[in-house]
Write a protein that binds this ligand. Structure first.
Ligand code: ZN
Length: 486
């Protein structure tokens, strides 16, 4: 971007709440069932049907509000947002408008250098989802109203974000917090987390905002970064050419890597909001707020910082391990079994970050259903620590454990994988290797220290990787002496 300009970006994030029933009726929220099976007069908006607010929806919204340090309104109100859409049979969406539940919170982002960047949260309000139009099953468009009335929260940020990458980091943080709280599954590709961006640009130092556009239809984190980056560049180019930015809504087209106008400002909606007459105001008292606050899990950023101080882990490790609550829980359970001590924590961190997350990623599963429990992983690390197996053999045992519920110790015994530490046995192998490689021995004695590694490799090969590397090194040193300096 031209560095005379700065971007001004605000995000609106919709997160589907993981309640079992819908926001205003008892219908199931389960995803993927036969279309149009989770419906009733209320979520279809039939005349005379009355909504009743699901208390869990308020509790989940409160969790998000408290985790982002919002002010909680003791009284908040639902409104009708009127518009016609084929998958919205009621003809209006029930949403909070003038009186949202949560306001004036914030989320802190790590800056690459310097202090953290505080991004304001304007509001978090509750609303319901619309149904789904299916365009690719039949020649006609089909409607599935199972999703009508599924509860959402909308998290609206202040226009505090200054780059596409910052928008990406912010969205990650919202996802991280919401999934830690157990109120959202964080799945952007499946649409349970959705994001729209308001983008404008201005000359650096200007106080006045430029004309903003809204970018929609970004269904992955990467697309959010690309789409916002595209829109910032497009606006700067327009201004540089002496043109003006039109206020409009753009749809991101991931295949074409560009955003295109959806509707122009002439069609700007007037939703005719008015207070929902069928719902009483939402009252939240102090004791409810206290109870919800007491039930919140440790904030992911607090947990990250604790991993650094309590386990002496590098920031990189602590960041990776706390990306998801399940990963952080897995790591801590393994460390608790292993016992404290900085080496144990670092070994557990290495195993989780490399082997465990690799398999979890390859299989596309949640770490909570990973075949190797934290305590079995801890036993495996214990076998390396007490010298029973080498780190290399441990990888084989790990692979074996993926398909077997057995204890790693049992696997090591059954497969005869225990490390060979007997000095006499290793000496025999060393003698054999040295006598059958006279040429290499000469090279070593002529001053080629690198040949030492060759001998170690040969001994490991001959013992199928089971020889204790420390004993092998010591025995070779003893036999070979040091090379003669040239
Ligand atoms: Zn219903």
């Amino acid at each position: 971007m031209n560095d005379q300009y700065e971007a001004v970006i605000g995000l609106e994030v919709h997160a589907q709440l993981l309640t079992e029933s819908k926001a205003f009726c008892g219908c199931s929220t389960r995803f993927g069932d036969e279309p149009n099976t989770h419906v009733c007069p209320t979520c279809l908006g039939l005349p005379g049907a009355l909504p009743v607010l699901n208390k869990k929806v308020v509790e989940f919204a409160l969790r998000m509000g408290l985790a982002t340090e919002c002010k909680i309104a003791p009284v908040s109100v639902f409104a009708r947002k009127n518009y016609f859409y084929p998958d919205l049979p009621k003809g209006y969406q029930t949403s909070q408008y003038e009186s949202p539940l949560c306001t004036e919170g914030h989320i802190d982002l790590d800056a690459e250098s310097g202090p953290t960047r505080r991004i304001g949260i304007t509001r978090i309000h509750m609303e319901e989802d619309a149904g789904k139009s299916l365009h690719d099953i039949d020649a006609d468009t089909l409607i599935d109203v199972n999703r009508c009335g599924v509860p959402l929260i909308e998290v609206v940020s202040e226009p505090d974000l200054r780059s596409a990458h910052e928008a990406y980091l912010y969205l990650h943080k919202v996802r991280q917090i919401a999934t830690y709280l157990g109120i959202n599954d964080g799945n952007m590709e499946e649409g349970s987390l959705r994001c729209d961006a308001n983008v404008s640009v201005r000359k650096k130092g200007d106080k006045k905002f430029g004309t903003k556009t809204e970018v929609k239809n970004m269904n992955s984190f990467r697309n959010v970064e690309r789409a916002v980056g595209f829109e910032v560049d497009r606006q700067v180019k327009l201004l540089e050419e002496g043109q003006t930015v039109e206020q409009e809504t753009l749809l991101w087209d991931a295949n074409r890597n560009a955003a295109f106008p959806m509707r122009s400002k002439e069609e700007a909606h007037d939703y005719r909001y008015f207070p929902e007459p069928d719902l009483v105001p939402v009252l939240v008292d102090e004791s409810w707020i206290r109870n919800v606050a007491a039930s919140l899990p440790e904030h992911p950023t607090t947990r990250r910082d604790r991993f650094m101080s309590a386990y002496n882990l590098p920031k990189y490790d602590a960041d990776v391990l706390t990306t998801e609550k399940g990963i952080a829980d897995y790591f801590e359970a393994a460390v608790n079994t292993l016992g404290s001590g900085p080496e144990n924590a670092k070994s557990a961190s290495n195993w989780v970050m490399t082997e465990v997350l690799r398999v979890v990623g390859e299989k596309g599963i949640d770490i909570r259903s990973f075949a190797i429990s934290p305590s079995r992983l801890a036993s495996l690390i214990g076998l390396i620590n007490d010298g029973t197996i080498s780190g290399r053999i441990a990888k084989d045992v790990f692979a074996e454990m993926l398909g077997s519920p057995e204890d790693p110790k049992t696997i090591v015994q059954k497969k005869g994988l225990a490390q060979l530490s007997d000095a006499g046995a290793i000496e025999q192998v060393v003698n054999q290797i040295l006598s059958s490689n006279a040429l290499q021995v000469k090279k070593f004695h002529d001053g080629n220290e690198k040949v030492f590694g060759f001998f170690v490799g040969e001994v490991m090969k001959a013992t199928k990787g089971k020889a204790n590397p420390k004993v092998v090194n010591e025995t070779l040193r003893k036999k070979l002496g040091t090379p003669i300096a040239q």
